[in-house]
Write a protein that binds this ligand. Structure first.
Ligand SMILES: [Fe+2]
Length: 354
């Protein structure tokens, strides 16, 4: 980064301690940091300063983050926007993405995740700005068209994904035990992927796969999905269909690429006894192995109809018994480190969050 011309970031949150904590972190990352305590204040900052990225809370008194997004883009069309949201508010976050935000992160927030998401959003913004500058220089009709097409494609991609995520969140919201499940799995899986040394792009694929992995449950019958007791073999077969239905829903969206494999294979097992294809070991896409492990952890560490939630240590201990049957040993080791580390970290937790 050019120290003579540091990148400017705007933090918008109505809670001062969160603003200050984010400012401290981002200043340490060599950004110039502006802060605003409300939407209107944020718009004022954007009018006065050349800001590259805005990090904004969703729930604020007066103008909410959802309303701020389009107005901010009107003032600063090249602005990269990342939303911060409580886990049970993921539907609103998806709405912000439909309105032009690039990404969202759920609170409590791990600072390493935040740093990565900020860099990723800035990179995406740089390539958007570049493609527009290319437009200016190459006046030929062809270049204009290609850039338009590229922008449109990116827009369609974002809206499609945001709509699908909204669908998943709406489905989970109906079931108190599932609420926020996919958003939590996505964040944990992305942290594991980063810990395993996957590239930034792959980490983002893992996060997206996590958010969409259970989309096929839209096809699961109500009575089976909410059933309190054990499932009959027929019902279990029916539940298993969700991985196939999910990959069928996503199949026409070619731009989702590896996400499809992750959705289809997240219930495969390391020993080959999983479904739907009985893949074994490294045949299972790494994204699917990570999502599968994160999903098991999430099920153990949240309250379910048939179990009280386990502590971090209890959940890790329970999962250790599944290594080499259900779980990839390498993925399990990364998960154990990540969740143990998470526990000892200071999180930024919003006042409204659970
Ligand atoms: Fe699943």
């Amino acid at each position: 980064m050019d120290s003579r011309n540091p990148v400017a970031v705007l933090v918008v949150d109505d809670e001062e301690p969160i603003r200050n904590a984010l400012k401290r972190f981002l200043t340490g990352e060599q950004f110039t940091v502006h802060t605003a305590g409300s939407g209107p204040e944020a718009l004022g900052v954007l009018r006065q300063h050349d800001v590259a990225l805005m990090l904004s809370d969703i729930r604020m008194p007066g103008m909410s983050g959802v309303d701020l997004v389009p107005q901010a883009l009107e003032v600063a069309p090249d602005l990269a926007i990342v939303m911060l949201t409580a886990v049970n508010d993921a539907t609103t976050a998806a709405l912000c993405m439909q309105r032009g935000a690039m990404d969202y992160l759920t609170k409590p927030l791990e600072l390493a995740d935040l740093g990565r998401a900020v860099q990723q959003a800035l990179r995406r913004r740089a390539s958007q700005v570049e493609s527009r500058q290319l437009d200016v220089h190459l006046k030929e009709e062809f270049a204009d068209r290609a850039a338009d097409w590229e922008r449109e494609r990116a827009q369609v991609h974002r809206v499609t994904v945001a709509t699908l995520e909204a669908l998943v969140n709406a489905m989970e919201a109906r079931d108190p035990y599932l609420r926020g499940h996919s958003a939590r799995v996505a964040d944990l899986a992305a942290t594991i992927a980063a810990h395993l040394g996957l590239s930034d792009d792959e980490v983002e694929q893992v996060r997206l796969s996590g958010r969409l992995h259970d989309i096929g449950k839209i096809g699961t019958r109500e009575g089976v999905m909410n059933k309190q007791g054990p499932l009959t073999p027929d019902e279990y077969d029916h539940v298993k269909q969700h991985v196939i239905i999910g990959s069928q829903i996503l199949a026409p969206l070619e731009h989702l690429g590896p996400v499809l494999g992750a959705v289809r294979s997240h219930h495969e097992r390391w020993d080959g006894a999983g479904y739907p294809d009985g893949l074994r070991g490294a045949e299972i896409p790494i994204t699917a192995r990570i999502i599968g492990a994160a999903e098991v952890y999430d099920a153990l560490s949240t309250t379910r109809p048939y179990q009280n939630k386990l502590s971090t240590d209890q959940a890790v201990r329970r999962m250790r018994d599944l290594v080499e049957t259900v779980l990839d040993p390498k993925v399990f080791a990364a998960l154990a480190e990540v969740v143990t580390r998470r526990r000892s970290l200071v999180f930024l937790e919003g006042g409204e969050g659970p």
